[in-house]
Design a protein around this ligand. Structure first.
Ligand SMILES: Nc1ncnc2c1ncn2[C@@H]1O[C@H](COP(=O)(O)OP(=O)(O)OP(=O)(O)O)[C@@H](O)[C@H]1O
Length: 258
């Protein structure tokens, strides 16, 4: 391959006891590409992301980042991968014991050894990038609205100028208008960094906006993978049911396991 994938999953399997969640996931994210993994509740989107982040170990298969297999990487290789990674967590996951700017600057001070005064300036610039003024810098995250917390989480994710960004359900828990603001900011920040991005979401509006390419996870496999421009016309009944949000169709809802 002339342009090797930034992130590559090959035949990834993960089970919990008898429950086979991932059953041979294959997926590539090219350098500078934004890929959204879509799928219903309980299909294994979070498990996939956790495997890539090294929080779960796959039972089988490989996950390479910049050509290094993370499934048998050394701690130093894992740390190097995380150092070039930014992550926006589902609930923003800010530290309430730290101020907003300290949250944004955390990776710069703890990871990069930047002096707090310099890191504060960078944090305030990143807050501006996501539309927040310096007036919020000294506030506690707990005093901010959900949408503002997401934006602080995004400012933190981009603070170290990572090569790879992970977005975990970025629009969950906020209203659709703020969700759209977050989507626009994600696109802007990812493009400005030239980062590769992997987003897990069940929000099609978000996937349409954020992603260059969409991969649909169902019954442990990627059952469709293609450009976002093709999701409405692709000849795949599972994808079409999910995109339309129809109750009737080939997708089976296993309510016992959701
Ligand atoms: N640590 C674990 N132990 C046992 N089962 C788990 C564990 N983590 C996930 N699962 C199971 O794996 C399945 C997939 O879960 P996962 O959280 O990846 O789904 P998801 O696609 O992210 O769903 P949602 O959109 O609802 O967050 C679920 O049935 C879940 O209960």
């Amino acid at each position: 391959m002339s342009n090797p994938a930034k992130i590559s999953l090959r035949n990834v399997h993960k089970a919990f006891g008898p429950k086979k969640v991932l059953q041979g996931v294959d997926l590539d994210v090219a350098p500078g590409e934004s890929v959204a993994i879509i799928g219903g509740s309980g299909t294994g989107k979070s498990v996939t992301l956790k495997c890539v982040l090294g929080l779960l170990t796959p039972d089988q298969g490989s996950i390479t980042v910049d050509g290094i297999d993370m499934t048998d990487a050394s701690q130093a290789e894992r740390d190097a991968m995380l150092a070039k990674t930014g992550m926006l967590f589902q609930g923003a996951a800010l530290f309430d014991s730290l101020s907003v700017w300290e949250n944004v600057a955390f990776g710069l001070i703890e990871g990069r050894g930047m002096k707090p005064r310099d890191a504060r300036d960078v944090a305030i610039a990143r807050l501006e990038d996501v539309g927040l003024g310096s007036d919020v810098a000294n506030m506690s995250p707990a005093s901010l609205s959900g949408g503002m917390q997401k934006r602080v989480g995004l400012a933190r994710a981009i603070a170290t100028e990572p090569e790879i960004l992970f977005f975990d359900e970025p629009t969950t828990g906020i209203d659709p208008i703020m969700g759209d603001v977050i989507n626009d900011l994600i696109v802007k920040c990812t493009r400005e960094l030239g980062a590769s991005a992997m987003t897990i979401t069940h929000d099609m509006a978000s996937a349409r906006k954020i992603a260059d390419r969409v991969a649909m996870l169902y019954q442990g496999k990627i059952i469709w993978d293609g450009p976002v421009s093709e999701i409405d016309t692709a000849d795949n009944p599972y994808l079409q049911q999910f995109v339309a949000g129809d109750i009737e169709g080939p997708l089976e809802l296993d309510l016992k396991h959701l």
